[in-house]
Design a protein around this ligand. Sequence first.
Ligand SMILES: NC(=O)c1ccc[n+]([C@@H]2O[C@H](COP(=O)([O-])OP(=O)(O)OC[C@H]3O[C@@H](n4cnc5c(N)ncnc54)[C@H](OP(=O)(O)O)[C@@H]3O)[C@@H](O)[C@H]2O)c1
Length: 301
Amino acid sequence: MGRRVLITGASGRLGRQLVAYAPAGVEVLAPSRSELDLLDFSAVGAYLGSMKPETVIHAAALVGGIDQVQARASEFFEVNLRIQANLIEAAKNHRVGQFCFVASSGCYPAGCPSPQREDQLWDGPPDVSLRPYAMAKRAGIEHCATIRRELGLDYFSVLPPNLIGPGREGQPATGVVPMLIERFLASMPDREVVVWGTGRARREMMDVRDAARAIWHLVGIDAVDRMPWTNLGLGESLSIAEVAATIQRVVGHTGPITFDPTKPEGVLDKCNDCTILLDSGWRPEFTFEDSVRSILAQRNV
Ligand SMILES: NC(=O)c1ccc[n+]([C@@H]2O[C@H](COP(=O)([O-])OP(=O)(O)OC[C@H]3O[C@@H](n4cnc5c(N)ncnc54)[C@H](OP(=O)(O)O)[C@@H]3O)[C@@H](O)[C@H]2O)c1
C-alpha cells in the first residue's frame, strides 16, 4: 500500500467510512465532486499528475436501488462506465502502483448458486433488474484485471454485498433493514407488523464500517498474494425472520410479527463466499445488531 491514498466518493456512504478507518500513517486525499469531477478525463489526469497518489480506492459511483436503476438505466450504465474508465485509465497513464475498484456482488450471474464464489463471476449475465449498473461494474473489474496482467500493477476489485449501518446525513437510508425499522417504529409499542414473504428468504448484511475495514485490509496485503477480484462480506446470511426479530428487540416493539407469503420476497438466498477474505486473516467487527443501532442513532440525530 502506498502512503498517499486517493479515496474517490469520500462524501458517500462507504467513502466516509474509508476515510474514518484509514490506517495511521496514511495520507488521505479525499476531493469532493466540485474539486474533482470524475466525468472529466483531463481533470482526472491533471489531478493524479499533481497529487501523485500511490494508491487509489475508487468508491465513487452512481448508486441506487432496483427502482432507480430501472428508471434511469442508460444513465446508470453511462456514468459508472465513464467515471471508472476515466480514473482507471488515468491511473494507468500516471503509473499509480495500486488501484482498488469497488464493484458489487450484483455483478454475479442471475441465479448463481449461493454462496457466490469469485470463480463464478463470468458464468452468466447479471440479473436483468440491475443489469446496466452491474455490466458497467463488470467492465471496471475487467479493466483492472487487464492492467494487472499487462503491466503487473496491483490493480484489483472488491465485490461488496448490500451495505448497512451508518449512512449519509440528510439522506434517507433505503433497503430492507431501514424499511423494516421504519415499519416497527410506526407500529410502536405493540401493533402488528406485517413482513412481506415467508420470512425464510436469506440476505447477507455487511456493515459499511466492516466493508471499509476489509478494503483497507486487502489494500495492505502483499500484491503477489492477491486475486484480481475478491468478495467482501461475512460469508453468512440472515433470514428475514431473524432480521425482523432483531429489529423488534432493538427498537423495543412488543407486538406480533406476521409474514405474508402472498407478497414477493425475491431470491431465496444470496450470499458471497468469503473464504478468500477470511483466509487472508480479516474478521468482521460489527454485528447485525450494531448496524441496526447505528441506523437508529443516525435517525434520531
Ligand atoms: N451501498 C451499497 O449497499 C453498496 C453495495 C455494493 C457495492 N457498492 C459500491 O460501493 C461504492 C460506494 O457506494 P455508496 O453506497 O457509498 O454510494 P453513495 O453514498 O451514493 O456515494 C457515491 C459517491 O460517489 C460520488 N460521485 C458520484 N459521481 C461522481 C462524479 N462524477 N465525480 C466525483 N464523485 C462522484 C458522490 O459524490 P456526491 O456526494 O457529490 O454525490 C459520492 O461521494 C460504489 O461503487 C457502489 O457501487 C455499494
